[in-house]
Design a protein around this ligand. Structure first.
Ligand code: DP6
Length: 325
């Protein structure tokens, strides 16, 4: 009975310049580029076994069989791997995250990055980093950014072939940290996939997209120059712009809770008083606080005294996805 297996590890990433809105929802082709860094302490570890005895794909996440929606998303992704490699076999996939679901850290990025690396290797597809990033993008847009190491830019490209992510600088270039303030662990009501599809209904989206190249340039140069003030203002502006689009879409999406705004305001005040911090918020209520690594423990202490902050998670810029031998 032929079996082909491989295991890979990948990290989620936090976007400083966000991806919000698809030109092509099936291919996850974005309306503009984005910039992120991988989160070193947080991991997804995934084993893929293609097996001639299986009659369907199977998926377990953190020891529990996945629901039908997740299984369908997995099979759609594996269909691409089967097509690229001319492998007819079904696969059994076992995935473990070391961070809780609903923690405000998008697990789909690390999930599809680890899956892309493991599945491609299992079927002997020898892919370049760019091709792996493209492949991961088919599963989840932000997953293409978890393939390369460190600080990463996803160029939006014009087609399936040229929409992938590349390293701007390696993780050790800049000692930053991401401290996530968890204010709610509830599963969000509207997924990113649904949000991307209604982004264009906001009259603000066109202005947000028109200005994206400029924001990407400012963010990239802030990273290259290790200019924290420049990074802080562009990161907060980009997050606020995305949430303005969300709130003015049809239907309107309000991801913030009262505690979200309380943390954002506190962070802005801390920066005013000299602490090197800024905030960014994804499609959920939890707040990512980006800071110089030397300030991370002070940030975590201050966050824990804000009512409603249940927990904090801390990570530093990390490596890309890799095989586990
Ligand atoms: C707000 O990559 O999760 O986190 O491609 O549908 O899987 P799909 O969406 P996803 O969207 C990420 C949205 C975001 C911003 C970002 O990470 O850039």
């Amino acid at each position: 009975m032929p079996t082909y297996s491989a295991t890979a590890i990948a990290h989620p990433n936090i976007a400083l310049i966000k991806y919000w809105g698809d030109r092509d929802p099936r291919l996850h082709l974005p309306v503009s580029g984005s910039i992120s860094f991988n989160l070193d302490k947080l991991t997804t570890h995934t084993q893929v076994i293609f097996n001639s005895e299986l009659h369907a794909d199977a998926l377990s996440i953190n020891g529990t069989p996945a629901d039908e929606k997740s299984l369908r998303r997995l099979s759609n992704f594996l269909d691409i791997v089967r097509q690229w490699s001319a492998t007819p076999l079904f696969a059994s996939v076992v995935s473990e995250n070391n961070f809780p679901l609903g923690s405000g850290v998008a697990s789909s990025a690390s999930a599809f990055a680890a899956l892309a690396v493991a599945a491609a290797h299992a079927v002997n597809l020898s892919l370049t980093e760019q091709e792996l990033s493209r492949l991961a993008r088919h599963g989840s847009g932000s997953a293409c950014r978890s393939i390369p190491s460190g600080f990463v830019e996803w160029q939006c490209g014009e087609s399936d072939e040229d929409s992938y992510a590349q390293t701007i600088v390696p993780p050790e270039h800049w000692q930053l940290a991401d401290v996530t303030a968890i204010v709610s662990s509830e599963q969000k009501a509207t997924s990113s996939a649904e949000g991307h599809q209604i982004a264009a209904t906001s009259p603000l989206q066109a202005a947000r997209v028109a200005d994206a190249t400029q924001r990407l340039d400012v963010c990239r140069s802030a990273i290259l120059e290790r200019d924290f003030d420049k990074l802080a203002s562009i990161t907060e502006l980009d997050s606020n712009l995305m949430h303005a689009v969300m709130m003015t879409s049809t239907p309107a999406l309000f991801y913030w809770h009262p505690e979200t705004l309380a943390v954002m305001k506190a962070v802005a005040a801390w920066r005013q008083s000299g602490l090197p911090v800024c905030y960014t918020v994804d499609a959920g209520p939890n707040v990512h606080i980006i800071c110089l690594a030397e300030a991370a423990s002070e940030v975590a202490t201050r966050l824990s005294s804000i009512p409603g902050v249940a927990k904090t998670l801390c990570a530093r810029p990390g490596p890309g996805a890799s095989l586990v031998e």
